[in-house]
Design a protein around this ligand. Sequence first.
Ligand SMILES: Nc1ncnc2c1ncn2[C@@H]1O[C@H](COP(=O)(O)OP(=O)(O)OP(=O)(O)O)[C@@H](O)[C@H]1O
Ligand SMILES: [Mg+2]
Length: 280
Amino acid sequence: METNTPGGPAAPLLQVDGVTLTFGGVRALAGVGFDVAPGSITAVIGPNGAGKTSLFNTISGFYRPTAGSIRFKGQDITHVPAPQRAKLGLGRSFQNIALFRGMTVLDNIKLGRHAHLKTNVLDALLYFGRARREEAELRADIEERIIDFLEIDHIRHAPVSALPYGLQKRVEMARALAMQPQILMLDEPVAGMNREETEDMARFILDVRAEWGVTVLMVEHDMGMVMDLSDHVVVLNFGQVIAQGAPAAVQADPEVIRAYLGSGDVGDLRQKFQALAGVV
Ligand SMILES: Nc1ncnc2c1ncn2[C@@H]1O[C@H](COP(=O)(O)OP(=O)(O)OP(=O)(O)O)[C@@H](O)[C@H]1O
Ligand SMILES: [Mg+2]
């Protein structure tokens, strides 16, 4: 466990170091390294196929890296199974909505609690009785807070399949929050959303941090949103980190611009990129 220097920067909440991941012959990630500061909004960007979702799946434990390490709160979690990582405080949503479509909004949110279900027999026995009732009350409390916070009270009993896409994404975020994560990992939270839905989601992401003290790690293609919201941006291309830093610096980085828009005159490309980011 790392110690903080008094008055110095806080120790990173998440440390990704030299992470390499291969699928057969395809190297999806090659030596990826970056830190997520506590309380930050950190964005991972990059062209299609750059390795962003693979990185998320590796951090949350669905994929095992071929090399490198992942530390969470100073603890090496590289070999910790996915459900335990969720229990430790890594909560996530998925690029393609992974809700149970036939179930109601509330039931989907309740599923978030599964991250905290007891697994061994002794725990299961202790789970009955008073502890169970107390936990049920606590859970209900948290669920109500989340429903209220995300403004989805009016649809709590609606089946997810009946909801517009933007609301489904919000329900997915609610379920991730029900795990009471310290880091909320969002894979393309505004993909496919219209302007209004995007603005709502951006506000929720900022509020999650402000009101719930949750650190956010997100993959996002919407440049305007990334540049507005993030404290730190990590750029992936062909499985490698080609740049990282403050949004303004990353946005002006010629290699980033090239990665996004192909080769060509960088001056011209920078303008296009900034237009993409809503700067000009
Ligand atoms: N399960 C898998 N099996 C084999 N190859 C995979 C698998 N998942 C991803 N890949 C490959 O790894 C590379 C990175 O894919 P990944 O989905 O991580 O990219 P991405 O940055 O999330 O892209 P997008 O912006 O399109 O979501 C691609 O070449 C992809 O084909
Ligand atoms: Mg992806």
